[in-house]
Design a protein around this ligand. Structure first.
Ligand code: SDX
Length: 378
């Protein structure tokens, strides 16, 4: 039996160089273009982080002002896109609706296939700017409520929450959502970003790139985990029941959503930040039981599997945070996508800087010399 040299899940394979985000999985460090994620979460805004990822440097005040107004100038979705959203089945899942409508945006672009970097960045800005309206419009459509148009006087975070809820968010909620957007923007060669790089490496268009990446992100092993965490927290009847619940899943060899990571074998630094945010928001919104249940799950997992390098990842406390901000459970992964559109675009632009078609090999482990047997003799 020939031992395969293929790395399962490409674990440990270096498939690209990047200057966008640095991860130290042992120390639990994440940097965007060299700036620690904690500094960015405390001091930056999502708009500034997008500029950072797309230009590989922080903007001056003037640059940030013009980038922000360019983004806000693209918030609007066309009447055609809005009417297509209203044609979607109200039973559709928001991630499928988002993937479908991001793909639809290509049909409204007179030059959708351009891969000139400045063109790709302009198109990516449009996709990023419109994605919140698409998610909010679909959610209101399925609830039988009127569409609320974007408000270009508001930040990315506030505009989304106003289109979703019909009123501008409190400063606390706007800031919490903005921090979530910062924390989810980029993360090395994760599955959806790798998907994005593969697609754009064929010189395909940015709409196809985003559509494929959204498809990869939806999976419960990746961006879909935040929804899985909320399902788990709802299944745990009380804080006291957390121990038996977790031990039961472990005994059945079922994965605990929101824990473990291909790269982090320490606490995900984003989870550290989100834990603090979740605790504060849970207290402010009367959801302390949710936070307490999460904390109880974490304590059991720490005792059982921390030694194996399994810690909370970005999804574990983002679930409680999104719930406290007032988001429906099946909107959690679309939130991840709203933010990661910026990382996918950053990697797409980086791939185009020195592109080579991404095409690994597979090790053939099947038979050779097999005769073709005519169907009548099989
Ligand atoms: C994200 O890559 C990124 O950067 C992704 C991300 C980003 O920002 O883009 O950080 C976002 O996707 C975070 C991860 C969200 N997914 C989940 O929370 C789903 C639950 N986690 C697992 O499915 C798992 O940890 C993965 C998929 C995240 C990573 O899996 P690996 O690296 O393939 O590890 P593995 O499945 O081979 O597990 C190794 C061991 C196994 O035990 P043994 O069979 O060796 O005894 O660890 C165990 C696993 O059973 N294990 C878990 C576990 N995760 C791993 N056991 C219980 N619960 C878990 N969550």
């Amino acid at each position: 039996m020939v031992m395969s040299t293929a790395s399962k899940g490409l674990e440990g394979v270096v498939a690209a160089e990047t200057e966008l985000s640095f991860i130290d999985g042992v120390k639990g460090v994440l940097e965007y273009v060299g700036i620690e994620i904690d500094d960015l979460a405390r001091n930056s805004t999502f708009e500034e982080v997008v500029f950072l990822l797309w230009n590989k440097r922080l903007p001056s005040q003037g640059e940030l002002n013009s980038f922000t107004s360019e983004l806000r100038g693209q918030y609007e979705i066309s009447d055609t896109v809005l009417s297509r959203i209203k044609d979607l089945p109200t039973s559709a899942q928001p991630m499928h609706a988002l993937r479908t409508m991001i793909s639809y945006l290509a049909l409204e672009d007179s030059d959708p296939n351009s891969t000139k970097p400045e063109e790709v960045q302009r198109k990516a800005l449009g996709i990023l700017a419109k994605a919140p309206a698409i998610v909010a419009a679909f959610d209101r459509h399925r609830r039988g409520e009127k569409f609320i148009p974007p408000d270009t006087s508001l930040s990315f975070a506030a505009n989304f929450l106003k289109m979703l809820n019909g009123k501008a968010p409190t400063e606390t909620m706007e800031r919490a959502f903005d921090v979530c957007m910062i924390l989810h923007a980029d993360h090395g060669l994760n599955a959806s970003t790798f998907t994005a790089r593969v697609i754009i490496s064929t010189l395909s268009d940015i709409y196809s790139t985003m559509t494929g990446a959204i498809g990869a992100l939806r999976g419960p092993l990746h961006g879909g985990a935040n929804e899985g965490v909320m399902v788990m927290l709802n299944e745990i009847s009380s804080v006291a029941a957390a121990e038996d619940y977790v031990m039961g899943k472990m005994t059945r060899k079922e994965k605990i959503m929101g824990f473990g990571h291909r790269v982090y074998k320490a606490y995900d630094p984003r989870a550290t930040y989100l834990k603090t945010l979740a605790e504060q928001l849970a207290k402010d919104t009367g959801n302390s039981d949710l936070y307490e249940k999460s904390h109880a799950v974490e304590q059991v997992m720490e005792r059982e599997v921390a030694a194996k390098g399994i810690y909370p990842n970005v999804d574990f406390y983002s679930a409680t945070t999104y719930h406290c901000i007032g988001l429906e459970l099946d909107l959690f992964t679309p939130m991840f996508a709203l933010s990661r559109i910026s990382g996918w675009a950053g990697h797409g632009l980086e791939q185009l800087e020195a592109n080579r078609l991404i095409r690994p090999t597979a090790e053939y482990t099947g038979p050779h010399g097999v005769a073709y047997v005519p169907i009548g003799q099989r």
